[in-house]
Design a protein around this ligand. Sequence first.
Ligand SMILES: *Cc1c(COP(=O)(O)O)cnc(C)c1O
Length: 449
Amino acid sequence: MTGDTQADPNGVPQPAAREDNRRRRKPAILEIDGRRLKPATLMMGHGYDPALSEGSLKPPIFLTSTFAFESAAAGKRHFEGITGIRPGGSDGLVYSRFNGPNQEIAESRLALWDEAEAALIFSSGMSAIATTLLALVQPGDVIVHSAPLYAATEALIGRILGKFGVQWLDFPAGASEAEIGAVIERAKTLGRVALIFLESPANPTNVLVDVDAVVARRDFVFAGEDHVPPIAIDNTFLGPLWHRPIAHGADLVIYSLTKYAGGHSDLVAGGVLGRQQLITTIRMMRNTIGTILDPHSAWMLLRSLETLELRMSRAGENAARICAWLRDQPQVERIVYLGFPADDRQRDIYERHCTGAGSTFSLYLKGGEAESFAFLDALKIAKLAVSLGGTETLASHPAAMTHLSVPVERRKALGIDDNMVRISIGCEDADDLIADFAQALRAIGCAAA
Ligand SMILES: *Cc1c(COP(=O)(O)O)cnc(C)c1O
């Protein structure tokens, strides 16, 4: 059912006429007259051949736990891919904890955006991160990471992997190249540096990490060594449209596909993309622990990927207009939005790495919790909910919600104050949203009076 990338995911020569329960499919069309087709085009058909599914234009949802082999020899060959005897995954469909047509089509399409060699999809962003860490980290190892990270990622590294003897060292997201280098050097004295884990922009501070600098320092510190720690980056906030870290030398890109990629606030999923060799290692762990995405959600994700560029572009344009308007309102203290870089260093990182400022930002109101709550409670279009990246605009209060469990001192250091409201702009009409924010800002005054 799936396309050429899946037939030959690793560039490993395959037998010309082989038995395969996915049968032979048409070669993938990736260019026309030398013109390389854009992901926005390829999202509608890449990796799927209707002729293999009764001509169904859209892939059916394959609700099956297991797949019939053409022969015993084919079953053996497929298992060589599952167990890792051959890299690149199985060339046949085996069992739904390992692979399935909907998941493989979604993976082949997801990989196109970041020009990754391979991709895997997972039951959530956190299961993607957990499976990656379990696959790459051993007791005694050190993880170097940018800070802050998504709260659950920090808990996973610090509290859960810590129980198994894994150590960590961090550097602030906006750190200079020298600071990053110093932390990597120190980590090396503590144990094997298993991986460098980044999140850019950091959540919820919106501070960008200089991926170029991390790559340069990693390459310098580990030059000529057998083990060079891979760089993994959580690209949920800007990817895949506005930030392509693989092009800057990152080895793995991780997504909560629940956010912009899923984009309709109706599914939970995760993805890991990158070099084939690392993906094979992570795939083995996914096969073992069963963190693959289910076929139905994978199908929904395929639907979402068709409009990814449309949705993200519209949300990004909306956010640019709304932030420019919000910035001048008397009730607003400041806005932390990538389109208004905080200093020259952040501007420089932004210009080197990003092609857009995204649609998620922090709004600091004049006042405190009472003013923030009055604003949030008055919103009529924007919904009061955590999460981001959906077609609808969402607003939340990090200090009282997502970051309630963070100690007050650390919250202060991160700028998660009582007057901070987190907003994710969706695809609505920008002027309607401005009207909504205008009346909600006016409502603060009424509540205070
Ligand atoms: C939401 C999110 C996650 C976790 O993803 P889930 O799909 O909720 O498991 C990880 N990282 C970032 C940056 C996120 O926003």
